[in-house]
Design a protein around this ligand. Structure first.
Ligand SMILES: O=C[C@H](O)COP(=O)(O)O
Length: 306
């Protein structure tokens, strides 16, 4: 029997209420924090190990995806001691190509967006079929989008049931549930959608597709961290978090990690439980790491294209 939600669950999610002022104040405090040199190097390396290196363009080609996989495996070949990225994230049509480069037991996971990414506007049966075929082609992780139309018109049960069906279609693959927070309008809605997605079985909750503005923000991430913390306290189930879209600087990545550390703590400070969805963050992390090593910033031309 598939997981079901009750009227009382829906009432609880709908009642989610966020104090926007206190969220803004906490984010402002984190932005002002400075991080000491040694911790900074450690955190830059950690951030590198947490990147889902992403390409989601109509112009994606097998060559581009192969290059992305090599970059994720070894972000800067002259420094083989650097960690690999957590995953590559591609469209379903590119999964077989990526798997051929990564190999069977890769340290870099293979994530694919599915469920008619980014709009999600396809009948559920076709979304389920897309997910099954994408996992069969070799994806370790599926990044699905929620049905925002249903969510915003108040049909929470439909959003819940779709996530349950997609989770079932994932089989052994991990499921990340993209809320597309830039379309949800309020932080209250972000909190409600986070709770709903976790209750429906999402292994991760993810902010955005990267196709809608605003994408990830620290404010939205804080609300989602708090929802994850409450879910863990209530159920004992740990859920991961993936801010995605618009995270391009090492400085911003470190702000996310500071917020993560003070909200969810050390247990979440690993790529098992936290990822950055980003197409062009890696080179700025590398520039900062090499600056620490060599004392000056490298030209972006020194690195392969993100
Ligand atoms: O999931 C990841 C996003 O699509 C990447 O967005 P970005 O190109 O703004 O880094």
């Amino acid at each position: 029997m598939p997981l079901q939600c009750t009227e009382s669950d829906i009432r609880r999610w709908r009642a989610a209420s966020v104090d926007d002022m206190s969220v803004a104040a906490r984010v402002a405090r984190v932005r002002k924090r400075s991080i000491k040199t040694e911790s900074k190097v450690r955190l830059l390396r950690l951030a590198l190990s947490m990147v889902d290196l992403t390409t989601l363009e109509g112009a994606d080609s097998p060559e581009r995806v192969r290059g992305l996989c090599h970059k994720a495996l070894r972000p800067h070949p002259p420094m083989p001691e650097l960690p690999s990225c957590a995953a590559v994230c591609v469209y379903p049509t590119m999964v077989a190509t990526a798997r051929a480069v990564l190999g069977a037991d890769s340290p870099v996971k293979l994530a694919a967006v599915a469920t008619a990414f980014p709009s999600g506007q396809l009948p559920l049966a076709l979304k389920v079929q897309e997910v099954r075929e994408t996992v069969a082609a070799g994806a370790d992780e599926i990044d699905m989008v929620i049905n925002r139309g249903a969510f915003l018109s108040g049909d929470y049960a439909r959003v819940f049931d779709e996530i349950v069906a997609i989770k079932d279609a994932c089989g052994p693959a991990h499921l990340k549930v993209i809320l597309e927070t830039g379309e949800l309008g309020t932080l209250d809605n972000v909190a409600a959608a986070s709770r709903l997605a976790m209750a429906a079985g999402g292994d991760f909750i993810k902010t955005s597709t990267g196709k809608i503005q605003p994408a990830a923000t620290l404010e939205v991430a804080l609300v989602m961290f708090e929802a994850i913390r409450e879910h863990f306290l209530e159920t004992g189930v740990r859920v991961g978090m993936k801010p995605a879209g618009g995270i391009r600087s090492a400085k911003l990545a470190l702000h996310y990690l500071a917020l993560l550390a003070e909200t969810l703590g050390a247990d979440w400070m690993t790529n098992e439980w936290f990822r950055f969805g980003a197409s062009s963050l890696v080179n700025d992390l590398l520039r900062q790491l090499l600056w620490r090593d060599e004392g000056y910033y490298q030209s972006p031309r020194r690195f392969s294209v993100d």
